[in-house]
Design a binder for this molecule. Structure first.
Ligand code: TXA
Ligand code: MG
Length: 325
């Protein structure tokens, strides 16, 4: 029985998914970053379902996904020249811009803020779907609030298979980390969330960007909450993983490393993110590896800080937020 339903919900049929959205249902959607839970931006009840299913606090606004840069003005206004430059350079792609919202964007989407987060995703199925609809899609990552974002249809099913009618299967996400979020304060660009485009690539286009430092109480982007993107298993971040292995008192251990296998002990579950030392490959594999380790009922996952450059900054940001208090 369950197996049938499981296969029923994962689909590649765009029409089914499109009709569900038009009826006010919510669906899971592939993007190049992570899978999203998508709703018609203008349907209050669909947007409400997204918040409920994710158990997302009402203060945490959603990202609006649009089909092409040329319709940005339907969603946002007073667009700074630098935002325009970024949109021209990186869209479709993993860059989210926080801009002044147009009146027709419901307050529920923006959690009452005067700004709206918007991006054009770079995934063929997502783009085809968006182009076939006459409304944008509000889509947060398709995971319960605070958990690891899903990078495959199967991950979404692990979280929500009994609560969703359709998961649009676009294969594994090509980037595997959420979009980079840039906002503007007094026309100055601010980084709200490290993401799938490394900060230095964005700075090459518009110059220096200030990194927003936020307290947990009123984050501009709750993706900045100190505990977020977290597996159930305890995580230890340490300089030398082998030292931790030598001294550790735990029974069931997982290791998450960048390039090298750390131990010849086959009882230790090891995930190496990129044998060739490529940070983009590591980024792509990070969440799937964490998911696999998290499914094993381990006592602990041991990892160390990645090189603090390029996407290593985003990986380190996510690892730090995955630590349990
Ligand atoms: O890659 C992505 O961005 C994925 C895919 C599905 O597009 N989406 C995603 O959504 O990561 P979500 O909801 O998990 O994270 C969106 C982040 C949240 O931290 C939220 O607080 C922030 O964007 N955000 C949304 N609207 C905002 C606004 N008006 N001002 C500041 N931050 C905003
Ligand atoms: Mg999220």
């Amino acid at each position: 029985m369950h197996a049938r339903k499981y296969f029923f919900v994962i689909t590649r049929d765009l029409n089914q998914v499109k009709n569900a959205l038009i009826k006010g249902d919510i669906i899971a959607l592939p993007t190049e970053t992570v899978y999203g839970l998508a709703a018609n931006v203008y349907s209050d009840s669909a947007v409400e379902k997204v918040y409920k299913l994710k158990m997302r606090p009402a203060y945490n606004p959603l990202i609006v996904h649009i089909a092409k840069p040329s319709i940005l003005e339907k969603v946002a206004k007073n667009i700074p020249a630098k935002a325009r430059e970024l949109a021209d350079t990186f869209w479709p792609g993993p860059l989210t811009l926080v801009l002044d919202k147009q009146v027709q964007i419901p307050d529920r989407i923006t959690a009452g803020k005067k700004t709206v987060a918007v991006r054009v995703p770079n995934h063929p199925l997502a783009l085809q779907l968006l182009n076939s609809l006459n409304f944008p899609l509000a889509a947060p990552s398709a995971n319960p609030f605070g958990s690891i974002s899903p990078t495959s249809a199967e991950h979404v099913a692990l979280y929500f298979k009994n609560q969703l009618n359709f998961i649009l299967d676009g294969g594994p996400c090509s980037l595997g980390l959420e979009s980079t979020i840039i906002g503007f304060e007094n026309n100055k660009p601010m980084l709200y969330r490290h993401g799938a485009i490394a900060l230095d690539k964005i700075e090459k286009v518009i110059g220096p960007i200030q990194i927003k430092n936020q307290s947990d109480n009123k984050p501009s982007a709750p993706g900045m909450l100190s505990r977020h993107y977290a597996p159930k298993t305890q995580i230890l971040i340490i300089e030398d993983i082998s030292v931790a292995l030598a001294q550790n008192p735990y029974k069931k251990i997982g290791v998450l490393s960048f390039q090298k296998f750390i131990s010849s002990n086959t009882e230790i579950h090891q995930e190496v993110l990129s044998i060739s030392g490529d940070l983009e490959e590591a980024a792509k594999n990070l969440y799937a590896a964490l998911q696999r380790l998290d499914q094993m009922n381990l006592d602990i996952i041991i990892t160390s800080i990645f090189p603090e450059k390029g996407l290593g900054k985003t990986i380190n940001d996510r690892l730090k937020r995955a630590i349990k208090d």
